[in-house]
Design a protein around this ligand. Structure first.
Ligand code: ARG
Ligand code: ZN
Length: 859
């Protein structure tokens, strides 16, 4: 049964206040909810009251203080219905009982390593009590939490703490009140034995906020970086967007069993612990960067998501796309903007482009869904962020900021829509954004093609641009561009450009540049100004000019990627590319090591596959890419060895996760990896030595990763030693699982079967499953899609095993099959067979049934 955007109707009832009393117990938690209801003036005055519920047992039900007669209501598996509710304000008091220990779906209230926690987005609150579980019903919550003091000395809720105290029998309680009306998906509570690190932050309005990050006792020191990231996020949102925090406390809690990254519950963000815990010994530079970004993301939701929430789940991008854009801007300000932009685009191409080209494609604002939890996708998040970025490019920074201010002011305390968002920008800029709004509605990645015509005598160059995307008219896209010559940017005149941006509105347009003094190379889509595919009309020489001379760092990097792609797809000598990279390294390695490291990393196998329309052969791609890496490693050997030596840190240098230090490590490790690709034998010895000498997880894991690609005893010994060293560190073991799962060799499925028996592996923990099986499915294309079908079978078996306990995690893993139709026929047939096998499993969850049906549906 599909839910359609066009079917939206306001709720027939509203809930103004919610008083919850939660008595925590491992298997019989009792929840009393007192709901202040009233008919919605905008709803149907004769409608029944339908409260959502899921896997609850109803203990008692009172209306205005009197038990409801049994014939006045009906309870079923999806909720509670009062056929003839009062047509005036009334109070419903509902007692339910639930079993947190048995809640393996990790939705609603559950226990993770002895800690009670909740996850209510998108529809988990209905697993706590019967409710109008929809984002446009906003209520003021007061929550009383009671527990055994021994089991749960720390009790946290949304909003501000009101009172706390001891009770008989070793029990205690805490009361929390959240003055900001919110939808149920933002509800949270936590109860457990937790340590914390804490600080104070004073907002621009002078409010003193107690900030704390709560973690497993003993791991407090590993929460320092996250705590610092919270404070930096608070400050940045004030400076960049004028958004202050609005409660007296802000709590972050790390739990070890969590289906996603983290959750923005009001005043009480709950995190997957891998996005909180960090120490030099256990976390890589990439982990530190991810912690900073996700802490910021969840914090920024306080305005983009919580103060202004979503009318319905079709508007998910309204909070997610906007909040991703905000966290990207934050990270860019904290680190290097150019380097971060490249990382964002790589991620978009690796995750969103294939989604947009496959059977699971959907618009940034979907129009129908069977299971909303399957729409927390790269398209909604990442492409959603690109739309906001384009809006900023189109309007300019000042109008963009004014539009954001207006959006927050007009919609504070409301459940808004994408139209409300765009209306704010239209109002402040006087622009008609109706055509731009098509970005939210049209699935697929547009193509942008171009041609130049240079007239040397006249000194003019005509640049023609074409865009195409099936299923409709032209989109409005900002194309940042310029002309480049052998000496760098050409100072040519073009009246169609404003601040270097041309706004393409039609299917085709021609721009004339004047005063062009030499044959120019166009540099298009600078900074990746629109989420499109640029069809190449440049020669190798043109790319070399851009690589060496463009003033836009993104396009210099892109030129390197384009050259590498040509070589991977078409073969041929890599000499010219290697020489250009060498010169670039000479200039950039000392100046910007992080950028130089990115220049050395070739497009991933998935990105190469993206460029191929049909009959994808992962082995051929892998072989060609490996060949190019080997050629570059040999051609650049002296320089790479120089980098390796120069960037070695003097013994005793303390680890710092800052961007500059991380950039030096990234370049040195990229050099090691490329050297080893060029000469595996000495590479293995070099990597083993580096592993031995490593003083932090970044270097250790990088060296192990290089070694993992070189079969032999050295590799096996290093893997075994690493596994033993970190036997008690689940988050580090995840890296170890993931690394082994991505080894592109036929023995890998068997290795994974062995690792499934490792004492630390557990199907009940989403991080473990994602590390071992997810890394294989999403990060090992030659083995996942191998010709004998063993890779598909391994993943399908895990999906089937997981579906009974954690359907959300199972469905996410299954999306790895999304590009199956593009594979070479024999492999596609194996994938289809596995999909059919999954589809035939009796009692499949709605989550997995939805993904499998859409994945297999004929195009
Ligand atoms: N809102 C959370 C975040 O982006 C993610 C929640 C994911 N929920 C889900 N049902 N998949 O920050
Ligand atoms: Zn989010």
């Amino acid at each position: 049964p599909l839910i359609h955007l066009s079917d939206y109707r306001p709720s027939d009832f509203l809930i103004d206040r919610v008083d919850l009393d939660v008595r925590l117990h491992p298997s019989r938690t009792r929840v009393t909810a007192v709901l202040a209801l009233r008919p919605n003036p905008a709803g149907d005055p004769d409608a029944p009251l339908r409260l959502d519920g899921d896997e609850l047992s109803l203990v008692a039900l009172d209306l205005d203080g009197r038990p409801l007669p049994e014939d006045a209501y009906a309870v079923g598996p999806s909720g509670l219905v009062l056929a003839a509710p009062p047509r005036r304000p009334f109070t419903l008091s509902i007692v339910t009982e639930l079993d947190p220990g048995a809640n393996t779906k990790l939705m609603g209230l559950y226990r993770s390593s002895g800690v009670y926690c909740t996850q209510c987005e998108a529809d988990g609150f209905r697993r706590i009590t019967y409710f109008l579980d929809r984002p446009d019903v906003l209520s003021v919550y007061t929550t009383r939490i009671e527990a055994d003091r021994d089991e749960a000395p720390v009790l946290l809720g949304n909003g501000n703490p009101v009172e706390a105290g001891a009770l008989d029998g070793g029990r205690h309680y805490a009361v929390w009140h959240d003055p900001h009306p919110k939808p149920a998906y933002l509800f949270a509570l936590v109860g457990g034995r937790l340590g914390n690190v804490a600080t104070r932050f004073t907002t621009m309005e002078g409010r003193a906020v107690a900030v704390a990050v709560h973690v497993e006792p003993g791991k407090e020191a590993r929460a320092d970086y996250a705590l610092d990231a919270v404070v930096r996020s608070m400050k940045w949102d004030e400076e960049a967007f004028g958004r202050p925090y609005d409660l007296d406390v802000f709590n972050v809690v790390a739990v070890s069993d969590f289906n996603m990254g983290a959750m923005e519950n009001k005043g009480l963000n709950i995190f997957n612990d891998k996005y909180v815990l960090a120490s030099p010994e256990t976390a890589t530079d990439a982990d530190y960067a991810a912690i900073e970004a996700i802490i910021a993301h969840e914090y920024f939701h306080n305005w983009s998501g919580n103060r202004v929430t979503c009318r319905d789940w079709f508007q998910l991008c309204l909070k997610e796309g906007l909040t991703v854009f905000r966290d990207q801007e934050f990270s860019s300000d904290m680190r290097s903007r150019a380097v971060h932009r490249i990382a964002e685009v790589r991620q978009l191409r690796a995750r969103q482009f294939p989604e947009d080209a496959g059977p699971l494609r959907h618009p940034v604002r979907p129009t129908a869904y069977a299971e909303i939890n399957n729409f927390y996708t790269a398209t909604v998040y990442e492409k959603g962020a690109e739309i906001v970025r384009m809006l900023k490019t189109l309007l300019g920074p000042d109008a963009f900021r004014a539009g954001m201010d207006r959006y927050f002011a007009e919609n504070d305390g409301r459940a808004a829509t994408v139209e409300d968002f765009l209306d704010a920008f239209a109002a402040v800029s006087g622009r008609d954004l109706a055509a731009f709004a098509q970005w939210y509605a049209r699935p697929g990645t547009p193509r942008l093609a171009f041609r130049t015509a240079y007239d040397a005598a006249a000194g003019t160059c005509d640049l023609t641009l074409w865009q195409s995307l099936d299923g409709g008219s032209a989109l409005v896209m900002p194309v940042a561009l310029g002309l480049v010559g052998t000496g760098g940017a050409l100072d040519a005149d073009c009246p169609d450009l404003a601040d270097g941006v041309y706004v393409l509105k039609d299917a085709e347009a021609t721009l004339r540049f004047r005063g062009v003094t030499e044959r120019p190379v166009p540099s298009l889509l600078r900074g990746f100004s629109a989420p499109v595919r640029l069809d190449g009309a440049l020669t190798e020489e043109d790319h070399l000019v851009l690589l060496g001379r463009d003033t836009d760092p993104f396009n210099r990097w892109q030129a390197g990627q384009s050259l590498a792609l040509r070589l991977i797809r078409g073969g041929g000598p890599a000499d010219a590319f290697a020489e250009a990279l060498g010169l670039l390294l000479d200039a950039e390695a000392p100046r910007d090591p992080a950028f130089a490291a990115l220049m050395l990393s070739l497009p991933g196998e998935g990105e190469v596959a993206n460029e191929i329309e049909a009959e994808v052969d992962p082995d051929a791609i892998h072989g060609a890419r490996k060949g190019l890496r080997a050629a570059l490693g040999r051609a650049l050997r002296d320089r790479l060895e120089g980098i390796e030596a120069r960037l070695a840190e003097p013994a005793g240098t303390p680890y710092s996760p800052d961007a500059a230090a991380a950039g030096r490590r990234a370049l040195r490790n990229a050099a090691l990896d490329l050297l080893a690709a060029g000469d595996p034998e000495t590479g293995a010895a070099r990597a083993a030595a580096r592993l031995e000498a490593a003083t932090n997880m970044t270097d250790r894991l990088a060296a192990l990763g290089t070694l993992a690609l070189i079969p032999g005893d050295a590799r096996e010994a290093a893997l075994a030693a690493f596994g033993a060293r970190y036997a008690d560190e689940p988050l580090v073991l995840d890296k170890w699982f993931a690394l082994q799962a991505t080894i592109p060799e036929p023995g890998t499925p068997e290795r994974i079967e062995g690792l499934k028996r490792h004492p630390a592996y557990a199907l009940t923990n989403p991080n473990r499953v994602r590390a071992l099986v997810g890394s294989f499915a999403f990060g090992n294309p030659t083995q996942f899609a191998r010709a004998d079908g063993a890779g598909f079978a391994l993943v399908a078996d895990t999906v089937a095993a997981l579906d009974g306990t954690n359907p959300q995690a199972a469905a996410r893993l299954l999306t790895a099959f999304g590009s199956w139709r593009k594979l070479k026929k024999s492999r596609a047939a194996k994938a289809e067979e596995m999909l059919n096998r999954i589809k035939a499993i009796p009692g499949l969850s709605r989550d997995v049934a939805d993904i499998v049906t859409r994945t297999i549906a004929p195009v």
